[in-house]
Design a protein around this ligand. Structure first.
Ligand SMILES: Cc1cc2nc3c(=O)[nH]c(=O)nc-3n(C[C@H](O)[C@H](O)[C@H](O)COP(=O)(O)OP(=O)(O)OC[C@H]3O[C@@H](n4cnc5c(N)ncnc54)[C@H](O)[C@@H]3O)c2cc1C
Length: 317
């Protein structure tokens, strides 16, 4: 089932969550345990992140430095398929521009179609740590709107090879990312939102937001989207803080603010256990208000944790 149909046919706020593939070398047990633990809350779909190749430099025994390709979390497509078949819950694998040629993207989409997966989240991805600015792969998509264009083209059987004889349409429901507090590279929120509109105009079915900790920022973002003619559903992404150091790590990683009151409480937490409780209570307070305002779905960035997510869901639904 397509996410857009799930949302449009729902009479109340739904629950969905995001998972990361396990680190290379680990098995999938933890992932299944996470899903098992959250099944009682009837998740309507599960997102699976994608992690591109990165590079590091290692010293060889002869002292020379060697460049290594590292993909820490491979397996998105296989995990997505495995979860969808095991649980019968639709999955939303993330598709990136960065690190992938348009041809590789087409092949992933063909694989997903064969696997019965109907949903994707189309993202640009971040630049490599070694790059001053994001650089697409040669013949890769440059921004998410180009990726959306490519995926939408396949709805009418537009493959990259114009001479292809068989052009069966591939019909994916497409989500894109939105940033209530602005994407970190955008010079201002208005330009960022024009770029967001471009993704929606290209054919995205819905928007899912970056995490935020101040609901007013989400409400203002939705108002701005509506004022500029973006009519698709806008799903809030919430992240229950679970570690004390996330007080400083998350703002840096995601270019977001923590409200002063929340930041103070976290700073006063004596250890990670206390910080997790503060984070859970804040997420409950956020989620209750979002549900009251009738958001389409509460999308939770679980980072593989479930005890706090369960506490939130029990309090909210
Ligand atoms: C819900 C969610 C899930 C995510 N999942 C992953 C994941 O699985 N893997 C991963 O690596 N990253 C993930 N990310 C992070 C995301 O890849 C980064 O935030 C990335 O830097 C931007 O991706 P985007 O799709 O928003 O890019 P874009 O929409 O392309 O925007 C990137 C920047 O370029 C600007 N821009 C957009 N279009 C144009 C244009 N046509 N011309 C000029 N400028 C333009 C925008 O204003 C913005 O500043 C996720 C983010 C979110 C919010």
């Amino acid at each position: 089932m397509k996410v857009i149909d799930i949302i449009n046919s729902a009479e109340k706020t739904q629950f969905s969550f995001e998972l990361l593939p396990p680190l290379k070398g680990s098995n999938g047990d933890k992932l299944y345990e996470t899903v098992d633990a959250l099944l009682e809350f009837n998740p309507r779909y599960i997102n699976i992140t994608t992690h591109r190749d990165e590079f590091d430099f290692r010293t060889r025994p002869d002292g020379l430095i060697e460049k290594h390709i590292v993909r820490k979390r491979p397996g998105t497509v296989a995990i997505a398929a495995s979860l969808q078949y095991k649980y019968g819950i639709p999955v939303v694998p993330h598709i990136l521009c960065g690190g992938f040629t348009r041809s590789e993207t087409e092949h992933v989409l063909i694989d997903l179609n064969f696997l019965g997966i109907e949903n994707v989240l189309a993202l640009r991805g971040d630049g490599l740590k070694t790059e001053p600015v994001f650089t697409p792969a040669p013949d890769g998509n440059r921004n998410a709107n180009e990726l959306v264009d490519q995926i939408v083209g396949l709805r009418s059987g537009k493959y990259l090879d114009p001479d292809l004889k068989n052009t069966a349409p591939l019909d994916f429901c497409i989500g894109v990312a939105g940033y209530p507090e602005k994407h970190f590279e955008a010079p201002n929120i208005d330009l960022d939102m024009l770029n967001l509109k471009q993704k929606v105009d290209a054919g995205a079915d819905y928007i899912v937001t970056q995490m935020f900790f101040d609901n007013q920022k989400y409400f203002d973002f939705v108002d701005k989207c509506r004022a500029m003619g973006i009519t698709v559903p806008i799903i809030p992404g919430i992240k229950p803080i679970a570690l004390k150091n996330q007080l400083t790590v998350l703002p840096k990683l995601f270019s977001i603010d923590l409200p002063q009151e929340f930041a103070k409480e976290l700073a006063a937490a004596k250890d990670n256990i206390a910080a997790k409780q503060v984070g859970t209570e804040w997420a409950i307070h956020q989620a209750k208000e979002l549900v009251k305002r009738g958001v389409p779905s509460l999308h939770v960035y679980t980072y593989g944790l479930t005890d706090n997510v369960k506490e939130i869901m029990k309090a909210v639904f």
